[in-house]
Design a binder for this molecule. Sequence first.
Ligand SMILES: [Zn+2]
Length: 110
Amino acid sequence: MIGRMKTIASVEFGQTGEILARLKKQAIPAEIRTVTQDSGLEMSEIIVEDSYFDHGCDVVEAWDAERLAEQKKMSRVYCRRCGSQNYDWTWDERLGYIYKCKDCGDDFVT
Ligand SMILES: [Zn+2]
């Protein structure tokens, strides 16, 4: 008997590879369904059988959290004056991180 299929993730077209690999690692069979949104944007829905739904959602959540952490790392801090990423920083309890640019000598906080 085939269970009901449920969507565990809706991601941009072509972004399914990593999630599918993770699902495969957890032995969760999944399928891709391409849907076109009203805006014309194509999205890929990852669907699994009902019995795999909870487990599948956990996998997607873990992937999403890691992706967000990665994005945070990418959006680094730049010097306010010269745009350099060459700086030292110190932690101040009141102000948070204080950066000192090695290129132009400017102090800045974010
Ligand atoms: Zn600078």
